[in-house]
Design a protein around this ligand. Structure first.
Ligand code: FAD
Length: 262
């Protein structure tokens, strides 16, 4: 038996950098450093653990839709231990929203072949957290989202979803889409051996024509949502310093009451 896992990984702008909107109100991805979304490292980790705990032949493909530099995210996932990578890149993807991104991912996953798709719980830039569900709908397969524990056995994926009031044990027959949370287990660091091995692993590049997608279905033209305006958040102002010269406690309480904290 063999199991084909596709892990969706997103290349996101570094949250510690100065992020900007471009003139057309899309996120400026050209002038900022990026990296593999931290929440997608958990998805790669869970795929690797499924492989390590399996008696089957498991092949892990990491997939990203993103600009040229998104290859860095694929390299990191490959150095963690994934087997191969697919990069979908096309100038017409500029301005694509979640509907377009999910279409491209679905077509790429079908082309790659899969039994299980693993995603993060949300990206660290868009943070919509809806892509896994839309993806499952497009693929026509079950979705089991927000898992903090995941396993594959006997043609089924099982897992635990922890909510505020209860923990649910869920299962779905394969093929399926799962998303995993940041509680699913710490993601491993790539070893030196892993980093060297990743350089030799295959990375395929596909564009929209490879996936039979028309330019009008994606990009700003195909987006279901539009950003009408955006304003930079005002710079932080200096905080209020309360010096305790006998009245400090009172002043502090007045300040908190003034801000409606108490
Ligand atoms: C070149 C390019 C330009 C874009 N421009 C815009 C824009 O101008 N405006 C806009 O609204 N959106 C744009 N997008 C799409 C946007 O960045 C998101 O990918 C998409 O809207 C999904 O939203 P999210 O990241 O919040 O998804 P979530 O639902 O938060 O993501 C959940 C999971 O889905 C997977 N995932 C999400 N995105 C990708 C991806 N690209 N590749 C692989 N896996 C992924 C990850 O596993 C992630 O953890 C662009 C995307 C690309 C590739």
């Amino acid at each position: 038996m063999s199991l084909r896992i596709v892990v969706c990984v997103k290349y996101v702008p570094d949250a510690t950098g100065d992020r900007q909107f471009a003139d057309d109100l899309t996120v400026d991805r050209e002038d900022v450093d990026g990296l593999l979304s931290e929440l997608d490292e958990y998805a790669v980790e869970q795929a690797l653990q499924i492989s390590e705990n399996s008696d089957d032949d498991v092949e892990i493909t990491v997939l990203t839709v993103g600009p040229e530099d998104a290859k860095d995210a694929l390299r990191k996932a490959l150095s963690m231990g994934a087997d191969k990578a697919v990069h979908v890149e096309d100038d017409d993807l500029h301005g694509t929203d979640v509907m377009g991104t999910s279409l491209v991912l679905a077509k790429a996953i079908e082309k790659a072949g899969y039994d299980l798709v693993v995603t993060g719980m949300a990206s660290t830039d868009g943070t919509m957290g809806v892509l896994p569900a839309i993806l499952a709908e497009r693929l026509g397969v079950p979705q089991v989202t927000l898992l903090s524990e995941v396993a594959v056995e006997d043609g089924k994926v099982t897992g635990r979803r922890d909510g505020d009031a209860a923990s649910e044990q869920l299962e779905a027959s394969l093929p399926a889409v799962v998303s995993v949370t940041d509680q699913s287990g710490e993601a491993r660091y790539p070893s030196f051996k892993g980093i060297m091995a990743a350089k030799k692993k295959p990375v395929e590049s596909w564009d929209l024509s490879d996936l039979d997608i028309e330019a009008e279905e994606v990009g700003l033209e195909g987006a279901w949502t539009a950003v009408d305006s955006a304003a930079k958040r005002p710079a932080r102002t200096a905080g209020t310093i309360v010096k305790d010269e006998g009245e400090g406690g009172k002043q502090l309480a007045e300040f908190l009451a003034g801000q409606k904290f108490i």
